[in-house]
Design a protein around this ligand. Structure first.
Ligand code: PMP
Length: 368
């Protein structure tokens, strides 16, 4: 059976091989007589699943030894509160606002700290990225937060800022929910990265946090124990019952990612090359068309989330109905932006993007 191509922004399509393996192991994980959902998180079977997932992720993303990997709950939005509760010390924190997600983060942080917006692309309707050289950094900021890929507006930092070079010792916090594991991360520039799993890592329910060890142990006294990074780290993410099945599925996804190849490249480097090729195909088609339009500046276009418009928006419903009939699902844009959005995460094969481009070309011709 060939399945339709699913362009959902999240929860999003998963690699088919991962779904098939999970199905095969549903009733009996590796001769244990138990499905993964039925295992104690303290038993040796699940402990080995979690330890393997963590080790595979560390290898895949080349996470240095002085960073801890945490599997938490609450998603990206809970991290908007958990990060300031752990890192702000009740002081000043800086935000770069580049779209809906960083905007939400700054608003939530104000409950716990004095949040300054030091850079913004609001004047450009979130279609550009403000250059780090122009950020007005606070001298006493406990950290600087940015969203490295804005899922709704489709802008992505292709290079993370070097805060030290800007004269700041503040750790950089990134929300990498919607492009985690799509490319490598320069950990020398990062203090903490967080992301929900439901786009590129697995099903909803688990939130990945990668945090530099020296940032642990400074939580505000009001911080719930289950959300104190130090407590979570000291208990190997098992202070309370973790989202076991989501961790298992993420672990299968990490193995799938490790097995990726592209020419001589493997793992994340292979995935990154595939993602660049997929994004290039779609952007080149849109840019070459007089019928479709992408409004994001070329140097900061997301490789994962590609919002686009039909120049004649009265054709939107026909476009979406035709797409669905052609096996191309969930292309409707976010309501705050309108138009269309193709999310082409790791699990989307090149063939899916080719099918989308073919459909878009055919649709344009039928409208002539
Ligand atoms: N940050 C980004 C960049 C996102 O794309 C999302 C979800 N779309 C969130 C945060 C919120 O994540 P959650 O729904 O898991 O809280």
């Amino acid at each position: 059976m060939t399945r339709p191509y699913n362009f959902s922004a999240g929860p999003a399509a998963m690699p088919e091989a991962v779904l098939q393996q999970a199905a095969a192991e549903m009733l009996d994980w590796q001769g244990s007589g138990m499905g993964v959902m039925e295992m104690s998180h303290r038993g040796k079977e699940f402990m080995s699943i979690a330890a393997t997932a963590e080790a595979d992720l560390r290898e895949l993303l080349a996470v240095p030894a002085h960073f801890r990997i945490l599997f938490m709950q609450g998603g990206g939005l809970a991290e908007n509160a958990i990060v300031p509760m752990n890192l702000s010390r009740g002081g000043v924190v800086d935000f770069v606002v580049t779209g809906s997600w960083s905007q939400k983060s700054a608003k939530e942080a104000r409950k716990y700290a004095a949040a300054n917006v030091v850079g913004s692309n609001e004047a450009d309707h979130h279609t550009t990225l403000p250059s780090p050289a122009g950020w007005r950094l606070s001298s006493n900021a406990q950290y600087l937060h940015l969203c490295s890929n804005e899922t709704i507006h489709g802008v992505e930092f292709h290079e993370l800022p070097d805060l030290k070079a800007l004269g700041s010792d503040a750790p950089l916090v990134i929300d990498f929910s919607s492009h985690v594991a799509s490319r490598s991360v320069d950990w020398s520039r990062v203090g903490l990265a967080f992301g929900g799993a439901q786009k590129n890592l697995g099903p909803a329910g688990v939130t990945l946090v990668v945090v530099r060890e020296d940032l642990l142990g400074h939580a505000l006294s009001i911080c719930p124990s289950a959300f104190d990074y130090k407590t979570v780290a000291d208990n190997a993410s098992m202070y309370n019952t973790p989202p076991t099945y989501s961790i298992y599925m993420a672990g299968l996804t990490f193995q799938w990612l490790k097995a990726q190849t592209e020419g001589a490249l493997t793992g994340i480097a292979a995935m990154e090359a595939k993602n660049m090729a997929k994004a290039r195909l779609l952007y080149d088609f849109i840019d070459g068309s007089g019928f479709y339009l992408n409004k994001v500046a070329k140097d900061c276009r997301s490789r994962m989330n590609i919002p686009f418009f039909l120049r004649d928006e009265s054709r939107n419903d026909a476009f979406l109905a035709g797409a669905k009939a052609a096996g191309l699902l969930q292309l409707k844009g976010h309501k705050s932006v309108g138009g269309m959005r193709a999310s082409i995460y790791n699990a989307m094969p090149l063939e899916g993007v080719q099918a989308l481009v073919t459909y878009m070309r055919d649709f344009e011709q039928t409208q002539a």
